[in-house]
Design a protein around this ligand. Structure first.
Ligand code: APR
Length: 234
């Protein structure tokens, strides 16, 4: 089976009603990113940061995967698929994708403030009460925090993601403005024979020498077109 890797961003979940970051009306217009998505912001005002993620976690229960997520999952019938996502929602999981790498963490998980990447401290929050309060403790006794990679923190999953992209026969980039590194740099790890597709309704800055096939549509319509284009791939 050919290896198909997806690199998805906030635009993948836009049609599910989750706002993106940098489109007009995006999340970073409502909240200063450094205040709620950086380690300095957490240290300055932990309650504000906990509130920001508690609100986003509660929104998750009211949204569902869209057609684009479902079509990404359906590609596992024909290809060896890995989904590398910058998204912290669980919509790829709920749509049925199995091999998912979350580069920026997972909204439904919480961890230690002392050692956020200690596997013994990473827990899944209960669906019926996905709230973290100041005073809630991780297994190591430190304050519980969102299992999110904040600006200024390392991206531990970038190595496995590079391994997957470097072996891809086909790379499909969906719904990311390619603004944030190291995620955006993954495109440079494709081997010369890898076919790269981009699904995004807007123009996105990328290296023209990569020979990218840009499907200028939203995630759902774009994935329908991609399925047609890949029909004869074996
Ligand atoms: N279908 C596909 N793409 C869409 C859709 C849609 N329906 N609607 C918008 N888009 C595209 C936009 O054109 C844009 O290129 O999705 C992209 C969203 O870009 P961003 O808001 O910058 O989101 P993303 O690239 O995922 O941000 C990367 O930045 O703030 C951090 O950690 C955060 O993971 C996030 C990272």
């Amino acid at each position: 089976m050919k290896k198909l890797v997806f690199l998805t961003g906030a635009g993948m979940s836009a049609e599910s009603g989750i706002s993106t970051f940098r489109d007009s009306g995006g999340l970073w217009e409502q909240y200063p990113v450094e205040a709620v998505a950086s380690i300095q912001g957490y240290e300055r005002d932990p309650e504000l940061v906990q509130k920001f993620y508690n609100e986003r976690r509660q929104q998750l229960s009211s949204v569902a995967p869209n057609e684009g997520h479902r079509l990404v999952a359906s590609m596992e019938e024909k290809f060896d698929v890995t989904v590398v996502t910058q998204n912290v929602d669980d919509l790829h999981e709920r749509a049925g994708s199995h091999h998912i790498i979350h580069l920026h963490g997972e909204l439904m998980k919480a961890t230690s403030t002392r050692n956020p990447n200690d596997p013994d401290c990473i827990v899944t929050l209960p669906e019926d009460n996905p709230i973290i309060r100041m005073g809630d403790k991780a297994k190591d006794g430190s304050q519980l925090r969102p299992y999110i990679v904040w600006f200024g923190e390392s991206v531990p999953m970038i190595e496995p993601a590079i391994q997957e992209v470097s072996k891809a026969d086909i790379l499909v980039v969906i719904g990311t403005s390619l603004n944030v590194y190291p995620a955006a740099g993954l495109l440079n790890f494709t081997h010369p024979g890898c076919k790269i597709y981009l699904i995004d309704p807007k123009d996105v800055p990328y290296d023209p020498s990569l020979g990218i096939h840009h499907i200028m549509k939203g995630a759902s319509e774009g994935m329908k077109e991609l399925c047609r284009l890949l029909e004869n791939e074996k």
